[in-house]
Design a binder for this molecule. Structure first.
Ligand code: USQ
Length: 394
């Protein structure tokens, strides 16, 4: 019952830590504050200040009596990664400093997650490539050398597939070629450098599964939205990092913030770009079900982690409708698209695997959108219009 969360300070990492701790798991989180430091360096603003990971673990301990052990450190350093499995790790904060033991599951969120960040210039491209690939490779070798039975849950992205003109399967595709059949990873064609590093992650993990019999679940996630989880309702200081800027904010979270400050909704190009979306609470469910029903030895299991699909214009219209009901004068603007992507395309992904494991979807209803407006409103005075759109070009 020991879960190790790499990237435990992030938008999904911290809510996952509280979720599993609440369920009675022993949880260790590792983070080097990459996201926070990048937000400071790029001056992107955040909806509200968030206590450090150590402060949050202490608050959690005071409120629940449960301990989330914290390691502050950079997982691109192979020795740090290896120490988490060798038992030589010194915790940065823990009430009990003895080694928590080999983890049954590692959840790997420790990646630079933003497509625009990866395309600011060659420097940010290189940071994205080196961070994401080194962390994944360090994890693969640490498991090979110390803990081949640990199950890995890696957060991949639907963006690995791009927008092909055929149905998207869950990770794999059966091919018949010149009368012979085989199964291959579904063709990947990412439209950002960040998404390309996720393709390379998948290839590193597939190699490790074939060579060393590791057990890996790769969750191909779409853009996540939401601000509250059950655990964060205990205390505002436990709320997750919430970005609404062009670099780290994802579209639904951005649109809600824009509507609240009368900033016309930033639809890039025609707005026919269609993606699969999910609520942050469903990410937690998906990760939990993947943890309970683990991948087999020598298996790279892939699920598409989305609950429904929308176009950018669908989202803009829904936000406008709910915003207007709440008294906001929401306008929609079509900006020249800073990205290179199809603005009208076929999109038909399969996403049955996680539902079959028992995940119950929360859909993006008007009520859900209204809850998000209510969650953001108290912080409206913190919202900076200057970070909403800067136009980072692909
Ligand atoms: N978009 C707009 N206006 C905006 C922001 C985005 O029209 O103000 C459009 C984008 O052009 C894109 C779509 O909305 O077509 C989604 O953009 P996004 O910024 O919400 O998401 P994306 O850059 O694709 O990346 C996010 C997460 C990433 C995750 C990915 C899943 O940051 O970590 O991997 O969603 S997916 O999109 O399925 O690849």
């Amino acid at each position: 019952m020991h879960i190790l969360i790499l990237g435990g300070d992030g938008y999904l990492g911290w809510p996952s830590a509280m979720y599993f701790s609440e369920l009675g798991y022993d949880v260790t989180v590792v983070d080097n504050y990459f996201r926070r430091n990048a937000c400071t360096e790029l001056d992107v603003g955040m909806l509200y200040p968030v206590p450090t990971l150590i402060e949050r673990a202490k608050i959690w301990h005071e409120l629940t009596g449960k301990e989330i052990k914290v390691v502050i450190g950079d997982l691109t350093d192979p020795e740090l990664m290896r120490s988490l499995f060798k038992g030589t790790i010194a915790y940065t904060w823990a009430t009990d400093g003895t080694f928590a033991g080999l983890p049954g599951t590692v959840i790997h969120y420790a990646e630079q997650p933003s497509a625009p960040y990866s395309l600011i210039n060659y420097k940010y491209a290189n940071i994205t490539i080196s961070n994401n690939l080194l962390v994944t490779n360090n994890l693969m070798f640490a498991l090979r050398d110390f803990s081949r039975d640990t199950h890995v849950i890696h957060i991949g992205t639907m963006g690995e597939y791009g927008t092909p003109n055929i149905d998207i399967e869950e990770g794999w595709l059966d091919i018949e070629h010149k009368g012979r059949k085989d199964k291959f990873l579904f063709p990947r064609q990412a439209s950002s450098l960040y998404h390309t590093t996720k393709i390379m992650d998948t290839d590193l993990m597939w190699f490790a599964v074939r060579m060393w019999g590791l057990k890996i679940t790769n969750l191909m996630q779409g853009p996540v939205y939401g601000i509250e989880t059950a655990a964060s309702r205990k205390d505002d200081r436990l709320k997750t990092i919430f970005n609404y800027d062009e670099i780290f904010g994802t579209i639904i979270n951005r649109f809600i913030v824009q509507a609240i400050v009368d900033y016309p909704l930033t639809v890039y190009g025609k707005g026919g770009q269609t993606r699969g979306y999910l609520n942050i609470n469903d990410t937690l469910q998906c990760v939990h079900q993947s943890e309970k029903n683990l991948a087999g030895k020598g298996e790279l299991r892939i699920f598409n982690q989305i609950m429904e699909t929308f176009s950018v214009m669908d989202l803009a219209r829904m936000t406008r409708q709910v915003g207007r009901k709440l008294g906001y004068d929401v306008q929609i603007q079509h900006l020249e698209n800073p990205r290179k992507e199809l603005e009208e395309h076929y999109y038909n992904p399969t996403y049955q695997g996680l539902l079959d494991l028992g995940v119950t979807p929360h859909y993006l209803t008007e009520k859900e959108l209204e809850k998000m407006f209510r969650g953001v409103e108290p912080y409206r005075n913190n919202i900076r219009k200057d970070v909403i759109f800067r136009g980072i070009k692909w």
